[in-house]
Design a protein around this ligand. Sequence first.
Ligand code: MCN
Length: 726
Amino acid sequence: MRYVGRPILRVEDELILRGKAVYFDDIELPGMLYAGFVRSPYAHARVLKVDFSDALKMPSVVAAFGPGDGEPFNFAPGGKVRYQGEAVAMVVARDRYLLYEALEKVAVDYEPLPAVLDIYEALRPDAPLVDESLGSNVVHDKVYEGGDPDRALKEADVVVEGRFVIQRIIPSAMEPRGVVAAYDGDVLTIWSSTQVPFDVRKEVAKALGLPLARVRAIQPFVGGAFGSKLLVYPEEVCVAAAAYRLKAPVKWVATRSEDFKATTHGRALTLEYKVGASRDGRILAVTGTVYADAGAYYWGEGLADTAAQMLPGPYDIRHGRVRAVAVLTNKTPLSAYRGAGRPEATLFIERIMDHVADVLGMDRVEIRRRNLIRQLPYRNVFGVTYDTGDYVATFEKALERLGYRDLRRWADEEAKRGRIIGVGFSVYVEITTFGYETAVLRAERDGSFTLYTALTPHGQGLATALAQIVADELEVPIEKIRVFWGDTAYVGDGIGTMGSRSITAGGSAAVLAARRLKQELAKAAEALLGCKPEYKRGEFQCGGRSVSIAEVVKAVYRGKAEAQLTVEAIYHAEPTFPFGVHLAVVELDPETGFVKPLLYKSYDDVGVVVNPLLAAGQVMGGALQGIAQALYEEAIYDEAGNLVTSNLAFYYVPTAAEAPRYEVYFAEEPHPSKHPTGTKGIGEAATIAATPAVVMAVEDAMRRVKPGVRIDKTPITPEDVWRMLR
Ligand code: MCN
């Protein structure tokens, strides 16, 4: 009986649901001090003077750090703040509430500078410069090219041009960022709401000149991250430095508004495109420019580039040239948000397919059918090699399973009763998994097994999935396996949970560790049995005799046989490419313009599905975030650079009330990856696929009232719908 493939309930949930899971803010240490940051109210300003004298008069205040206190407290590099919410100074107080009073007493003199908030404004030669040292606001500019796009455009029967604008999104994890750091004179320990404890450890050690061995980073339970906690932030290093200097534990917890400004934002990409197609609907060339509104610092490296390189999507397009440009503006820095470049690429190419289909008067299914890649592996025009799959067969199967045609007929019927219902779908290929991952597996003396993973789950349920994988590999009951994660004291190094890489990279490392442990134990079993054994169902067998894995372990501990009982495996993972089709049904309210998602269906080929319950959970949560991009969420700044949507009253994060009914399918004939787990990632797939499916559905609904309308941006707000319907 294998565990992989079964919908096993999450072992993590007992603690989470009973409120016993420990998050960083649950950690209270004797003598705890509380840190806070003075943040710029201006989007762009020179910092002339920071005066702590009034704050330091408060008895509760222990210390204040600012420019002049050396690294890492050199806030506002170049004497300038570049976005509203950028830290200017740090205060440490004994009382968590008086801290806020102290922060108000720090007097900062600013000289406001003109702010630039729009990428097209920022590109003008006379635009204010976010970073003077660059000489322009363009911080990155790279061209991806393949084939002969100019000739292909010339030879095309139709050339279609357009622009699509994706809004800025605030990742809004339920748990805001924060950190606790404590120094006992020997070891500096940091508990952080992060995806990257190994990086936190390295950055802190480097900043303070400490040996790695004396710095320990712990990722306690984390209440969501969605990519926004995969950078080491200045606050983490500053809090650790304060704890080190003051030799006392220090805690910082972001408020919601602070988190909205000081945690990276996502998306904010614009594509200008020009594509050529033949009369029969083959896309011959795709060209254009992807602009990233990078915000005040270029932390989101690679976002525009991934969008450019993945722009051809699952379609066989042989000629292309896409420029990836990142532009600095006076906003919160942009970085990864669930999908990080692939949702943008997918939304762009799916909109392009629809645009070309409209120009040619072609059906939206048919144009995709004609362009899908026929043979895998496939190297796309920008050099990305998609590994396994059968896109044509999976596409046809998915349309049937999702009931696309039936749902459209149903929408037609309902239209006769006055309901405005639209049906849309999207096709995607995306890139998951990269880099190495580490697993340490120990056989305990009682025959149970402890797995230490370098993965850093923060909601995905990986402890459950890894236990399934290891239980299968060792052929022991899952109860015998306990998984620990999130501590640099467990495992020396690793990358962590991001890029839908965990089950594939970290799971494969766990498989390798289990195989290595079996090899070790086989040596010991041979010594006990006197013949070379085979391993079956938890037993080593040969010569008509057998010994259980637990007995072998016990014998080793008693010194009767030799084997290494703790093994480490490091697995290097090449990227792998999930493929799928998602479908959305929406209803428009003509009075209010509000769009209600009624139904969401998905069909994904992610190779081996380790735990269909966990994978389906990823699809549902991920899809709601993609729906939110299509319909609800947007970070809005006013002309002065104030973040208007600075809390959850103004920034519309959907809840269960907005969620549609879901039907989640995984391919009956999956195409496994080449990794030991056979998996491809599912963590971001639905976020990638949902937005284009919903946009198509809304456009389909609107065209029932106003034929020919075209959606060329997200989100589609109620106001947009209301105006378009009129
Ligand atoms: N899974 C599976 N079979 C597969 C693939 C995955 O059963 N073939 C299961 C895995 O066991 C795991 C989950 O699905 O429980 C996700 O696995 P994977 O696709 O490897 O993705 P990661 O674990 O690396 O998760 C990262 C991904 C990303 S990049 C973002 S962003 C994201 C997401 O996960 N952020 C999340 N899902 C999130 N879910 C929660 N609750 N909170 C977040 O912040």
